[in-house]
Design a protein around this ligand. Sequence first.
Ligand code: GDP
Ligand code: MG
Length: 666
Amino acid sequence: MTDKLIKKNRGHRKKEMAKAEATNMTALAASYDDRIRPILDAIDRLRHLKVMQEGIELPTIVVVGDQSSGKSSVLESLAGINLPRGQGICTRVPLIMRLQDHPSLSQPQLQLEYKDKTITTSETGITNAIRAATDEIAGNGKGISNTPLTLVVKKSGVPDLTMVDLPGITRVPVHGQPENIYEKISDIIMEYITPKESIILNVLSATVDFPTCESIRMSQQVDRTGERTLAVVTKADKAPEGLLEKVTTDDVNIGLGYVCVRNRVGDESYEQARDAEKRLFETHPLLSRIDKSIVGIPVLAQRLMQIQAAIISKCLPDIVKKINEKLSRNASELQQMPQNLSSMTDAMRAFMHMISMAKESLRKILIGGEFDEFPDDMGMHGTARMSEMLAKYSKELPSKCPSSDERFLMEEIAVLGEAKGINGLPNFLPRTAFLILLRRKVKEISHTPSEFVRKMWAYIEDVVLRVLLHHSEDYPQLQSLTRRAAENLIEKMRNRSYDVMKVSIEMEMVADYTSNPDYMKTWTELMNNRDDFMNAIENHAKPTKLLLKGFGEVEIHHLRQYAAMAEQAFDMRMRITAYWRSVVLRLVDNLALHILYSVNCLVEKEIEMELVDELVGPRMSGLERMLEESPSTAGKRERLRKSIALLKESKQVVAKIMDRIEAHGD
Ligand code: GDP
Ligand code: MG
């Protein structure tokens, strides 16, 4: 019945509809003027202030689509002006298009803004102006850039919308395009569509199979359910067959729905194009069956304005929150920045403060065992790590005297054999033989203490450097001097430790002495075995295997030929075994005490002296350096100041619209 009616009264109805639409648009425009416009202006102002650089995302409608899908044509239809359009890649930089309805204007006003420039242009000049600006931003080849270009269109009857047109996606570079064009374009697209604040306007040509579109694949990556994706199907006139089915089956998850359009073709004027579109969807046998609520540019304009209003009101509170957060973070960061020093006295004071802070930290970490400054950094729990290293070191020193003999006591026998003749009496234990053996054993383990000294100082150096660099981070210009001072000092202290260690080893090698009662006790115990041992040697009828406490089962057959010397060898082995414990204990304790003493010296006086020598010195060069603010600190201060100014301004902008919204009772 409706069909009949349309056919019958087409002329009449057409007029009616046009009238209704016009009223609609005017009503919409009116409500926009006093409610939405100021909000859009504010968002624009924020965009202009570049709050995006501060990590604050703005609600944005982003136009994406495969190359030649009709993106620019859609924008052109919405704006009612001619844009660069056609084959190949026309849009090479993001184009932010800001449409503003100005019913009082008889002629559209166009403005192109980029790189701090504002260029006023006309409807006929716009194409060339965009081309020239694009060339200036992205070079005049076929290059791509993510620096945006802003086009402000003030015109009577346009929807109040801000949209971003992006370069179309292409898999295959055409002649003159860079090889990595696909990656470059998809990076730009991703940058714009990833934020949750972006609405994706996916432009699809009716002539293609939607699931094969690159733009669908990309928008699905960031908006799987499609809740912020709206599809515009262009070229309805070129491929009307099956279009209704395509948009009703929705194979590609478009949450915000579809709008089918027909853009300007060839040299048509904007008005001609709209009339042709209207006729097409009313009269085409296939296209007229598509619901009127999802066809035509006016419908698209209205949908976009609704979506825009919704997303803005949804995002605003969050924007306010983010601006405030960022503002207070930057303000406190600026406050915490070091004062600019203006005199030598100031510098000296700052330097002394730095030293006392560093000393306090080192005292806690390396001496006191307080970890409040680095609770979660195990590497900085100095006393715990040092005691672990000591424990490991003492374990690495063999608690049993190392022996190299393949057959029991043969090492002792060989040494005794060499020492014979120097001493007269056969039962007199030659001390030289004992010392020779002792020296040999100590030498065998001497690499362990030296390895320990190396590791311990490497660790201490690490801690000291970290603490010093931490406390001097406000003065980057001092860090190399500070580092050098610390490295020099540690080097000196390490060498001192090596000397101490060498002396203790030397002492163990040239003399045998202990007041430790444990020695006599152990030796006596071990010597309890002597009778059994001598029996086995002398009585050839006895078994040649013997169980000796502390040595396990030993074979003694080979010793029967040595008789008296075997007894001496046995005694010698028992002595050195008993004595060895004292040697190891001394090597561990001496070195441990020495290291603890050194660390104490380092923290309590040497580090300060070294730093003063290096940084103050006779010419006070380090202090002078403190007076010049390093370029990086100055730069940071400047950046923070700028950012704070920008955020404060943004805050005011947003506060104004929030007040307005509340006044309207939205
Ligand atoms: P973009 O690369 O996505 O910006 O695509 P363009 O807007 O430059 O359009 C590519 C080509 O498709 C141009 O030649 C347009 O004239 C044409 N085109 C766009 N929309 C339509 C449409 O609705 N109908 C017809 N017939 N052609 C269209
Ligand atoms: Mg384009």
